[in-house]
Write a protein that binds this ligand. Structure first.
Ligand code: B12
Length: 228
């Protein structure tokens, strides 16, 4: 077990390496995290993803611009390549499994958060149908019908792209009233979820699977009642 002090040091190095878009360092410290027994999920969220959030502040302060953001996200992905298999091995098993269609809505190419969410569902043994980023609205509906997935997860990082969400929600409900819809991304709040007529959200990758499990349990209970 890694000591608290060492854990904080490793997390700080991971955050700094993402911020400095230093891929080699990200790789080095991701390997150190695994070797020294730091929970790879903690390393991902409190190291890599936390670094990316600080990058957002630098962008806001106009100290970083789009090229830096891209290099930082490349660095984050280099670490994720190393930590993801370790997260899979550590196997977080939920109470129930289901299937989810995931994608970033049209006009939006921010996919880091969506990819972290995807990873958590995969690790939990769910079937994940990833549509990627900048996904045309109708594609979500088509893919839900094709795969008969329990849940559709929509991601948006911009206030300008999240406005497409209510239309997708409406179309999904028209085609399949049983589908459960989760919204996520920095501008999404529980109030937005309610306003857009969706069913749930999660502020972080750590709680997304639990929220989805709650939704499908409710769905299955409703189905049981209908059958009686
Ligand atoms: C990295 C980044 C980029 C990168 C994206 C790289 C990539 N592959 O994703 C690049 C350089 C491409 C980029 C481009 C742009 N960006 Co940008 N970007 C960011 C930045 C700094 C970080 C986003 C991020 O990765 N966060 C880290 C991840 C881990 O967090 P997350 O995405 O929020 O995801 C978590 C939760 O939200 C949740 N979640 C996410 N999705 C889902 C889905 C479901 C179903 C659930 C349950 C949960 C969930 O779980 C995740 C994990 O914990 C943000 C700043 C910020 N504070 O968000 C700006 C930001 C989003 N960008 C912004 C802007 C303006 C742009 C550009 C227009 C800039 C430009 N002038 O070109 C372009 C737009 C391109 C486009 N059409 O989409 C603005 C948006 C403002 C707005 N209108 O709302 C922000 C907020 C910066 C700012 N303060 O101005 N950007």
């Amino acid at each position: 077990m890694v000591s608290e002090e060492r854990k904080n040091e490793i997390l700080k190095e991971l955050r700094e390496a993402v911020i400095q878009y230093d891929e080699d360092k990200v790789v080095e410290w991701s390997n150190i995290a695994i070797k020294e027994g730091l929970d790879p999920f903690v390393a991902t969220m409190d190291g890599l993803a936390a670094g990316m959030i600080e990058v957002g502040d630098l962008y806001n302060r106009k100290e970083y611009f789009v090229p830096e953001l891209l290099m930082c996200s490349d660095a984050l992905y280099a670490g994720l390549d190393i930590l993801k298999p370790a997260i899979k091995e550590s196997g977080r098993k939920p109470e129930a499994k289901g299937s989810i269609v995931l994608g970033v809505v049209e006009g939006d190419v921010h996919d880091i958060g969506k990819n972290l969410i995807k990873m958590m569902f995969e690790v939990a043994g769910w079937d994940v149908y990833d549509l990627g980023k900048d996904v045309p609205l109708d594609k979500f509906v088509e893919e839900q019908i094709r795969t008969d997935s329990d849940i559709v997860g929509l991601s948006a990082l911009m206030t300008t792209s999240m406005v497409a969400m209510p239309e997708i929600v409406k179309k999904l409900r028209e085609k399949n009233p049983k589908v459960r819809i989760m919204l996520g991304g920095a501008p999404i709040t529980p109030e937005v979820v309610e306003k857009y007529g969706a069913d749930g959200t999660a502020k972080s990758a750590g709680t997304a699977v639990d929220e989805a499990v709650k939704l499908i349990k409710m769905l299955r209970e409703e189905e049981m009642k209908e059958k009686k």
